[in-house]
Design a protein around this ligand. Structure first.
Ligand SMILES: NC(=O)c1ccc[n+]([C@@H]2O[C@H](COP(=O)([O-])OP(=O)(O)OC[C@H]3O[C@@H](n4cnc5c(N)ncnc54)[C@H](O)[C@@H]3O)[C@@H](O)[C@H]2O)c1
Length: 249
């Protein structure tokens, strides 16, 4: 049976766990060749999927903050599967939930290094090949917290807001090359990152979500399939909330 991502060669960053793992696994199930990259080792679910499907799913180390590691990842992906025509810039770190006067410069820098510079380097690395091929789909992962204002959490929120504009800037610049760049803004999703919040904050976040609950990572992955596939051939420079309605409040 034809997969929705047949012919796609995708680099997915932050693929070890959470949203990236769910996306890498669904991509492989939909026929893509997936280079699942992360700074840490694959989690159990991704490791099992790689074992079951070694021809379509490979894992590799990539620190998205390093231009050299990006160059090596591009080379390795191209050698393994061919030149990537899809990039999912999903790697991210959270913050310490602090307001401006309490947040450290180090935490601000760390958030921008991964959540903004990492995304920038990913696009910088794959764009020349996509421009030459005049084909490509890039999906950047920001956050509903880079869109709606909430109190505190300044490092994450400002970095994710920058990621939204980085995505839009690149989208309008590279659309003439038939490269579609879109941005996904998740709400509260149950992943290792979000499990760092207190029980009280978890309750508050779910109450603050019109659907009244958090999402499973598997509920995010189908949106990435759509945006990476030819089904979204006229979708570019758009922001997609996947947040249970949170951003409407
Ligand atoms: N979970 C949520 O509620 C939520 C909400 C909005 C946005 N997001 C975003 O979704 C994305 C995925 O996060 P998640 O919730 O699945 O959490 P997660 O912690 O499961 O996944 C993030 C992954 O990024 C990787 N990573 C961190 N720094 C890296 C680096 N320098 N190089 C390469 N990989 C690195 C981590 O190792 C991890 O595997 C992130 O960009 C996050 O900001 C998550």
């Amino acid at each position: 049976m034809a997969g929705r991502l047949d012919g796609k060669i995708a680099i997915v960053t932050g693929a070890a766990t959470g949203i990236g793992s769910a996306t890498a696994r669904l991509f492989a199930a939909e026929g893509a060749k997936v280079y699942a990259a992360d700074i840490k080792e694959p989690g159990a679910e991704l490791a099992a999927a790689i074992k079951a499907n070694p021809g379509s799913l490979a894992s590799a180390r990539l620190d998205v903050r390093s231009e050299e590691e990006w160059a090596a990842a591009l080379e390795a992906c191209t050698a393994t599967y061919g030149a990537p025509n899809v990039l999912i810039n999903n790697a991210g770190i959270g913050s310490s939930h602090k307001p401006v006067h309490e947040e450290s410069v180090e935490k601000m820098r760390a958030n921008f290094e991964v959540n903004v510079i990492g995304m920038f380097l990913g696009m910088k690395t794959v764009l020349p090949g996509m421009m030459a091929a005049r084909e490509g789909a890039i999906v950047n992962v920001a956050s509903v917290w880079g869109w709606s204002g909430i109190k505190n959490n300044v490092a994450y929120q400002t970095a994710k807001a920058a990621a939204v504009m980085l995505s839009k800037n690149a989208a309008v610049t590279y659309a003439p090359y038939n490269i579609r760049i879109n941005c996904v803004l998740p709400g509260y999703v149950d992943t290792p990152m979000s499990r760092t919040v207190t029980d009280e904050d978890a309750k508050m976040l779910m109450e603050f979500t019109p659907l009244g609950r958090r999402a499973e990572p598997e509920e995010l992955a189908p949106m990435f399939v759509f945006l990476a596939s030819d089904e979204s051939s006229f979708v570019a420079a758009a922001n997609f909330m996947n947040d249970g309605g949170m951003s409407a409040l």
